[in-house]
Design a protein around this ligand. Sequence first.
Ligand SMILES: [Zn+2]
Length: 375
Amino acid sequence: MNPVIDRRLFLNLLAKGLLTGSGVCLSPSFALCRTAFDCALEGQDLIHSNAYEKAVAVLEEAIRLDPGSDWAYGLLGRAYHGLNRKAEAVDAFRHAVRLNPEDTYSRMMIEIITQKPIPSLKKEKRPPTPLEREADAEEKRMFAQLQSEEGLSYQVKRVVIDAGHGGFDSGAVGLSGLKEKDVTLDLARRVHESLAQEGKVKSFLTRSDDYYVPLSDRTVIANQYQADLFISIHINANENRQPHGSETYFCSEKASSKEAKRVAAYENSFMKLDKPYKKRPGYIDIEEILFQFERKLYWEESGEFANKYQERFRTELPLKNRGVHSANFFVLRTAKMPSILLELGFISNQEDEQRLSHSEFRAKIAKAVVKGILS
Ligand SMILES: [Zn+2]
């Protein structure tokens, strides 16, 4: 009689790696190895119906027919375990692992069965340390927030403010000669000082004066400060002098629009000022490879944050709101935290440039940025 095996079951077993070593070949007909396989299958059914005694007999027959089957040994272990015959169960599981070192189920079973009960240690009663108390309160607060309707909102504790450009890199320059690097530095300082006064969030600057910081170093600084938010401040520019207003960006592999792509290409073009990064021949950056997966999470979080931020920030901002966009910004790429880039007005637009040169106007913008961070 030809065995009729459900194709789905077969593929299922194959996917679980249960067929490895069982002697089953991948040919469409299982006739060659049907006996050992049949026995093992029958054993499995018997285990499922708790007929362990019978299962042991059938599975031992399967092993006699195919001593190289880790699957059959694993099942035999389960059958013995069902009978509470621990020594034989462990022995069968060990055989399974020997035949297939990747059989994590059998490995786990060995550990479970052979585990010696851990003597319970008497807990010494002592008052919690201030740190433990704080952690406990934080946990309770998070739990309460998770259960509340609003859910968990992002709470910023440490922020790095990055004033775009600096030193010999002026960034964009307006018609009347206003330089992006000067406006960004002034805005960053204002935001930094205002945050220091508020005292709720610890803030750090990537540069505090008119000097050049390579793009790649800016995120390194943010990572070193272990910030939970990175904000890079820039002023937009366009060949067309019409566009005005502010945009909030986060990093993504693909740009959200043509304009977003242009802005990122423009900001990234300043990278040519960085010293070329020389890789040693044959050097593989493991950190970079691992970070590729992490990065996606930070970007997702950045997108969520950018939208929430924009909502709070737009109500205070004295500039036209041009919305949230995303593109591949080099300065954001390697940040190990949610990070956004603000283009606060167009230096190429006469009115924006004129307003940006006034200190009261900058104070209003800084206030809006701070509100976005603090709320
Ligand atoms: Zn810029």
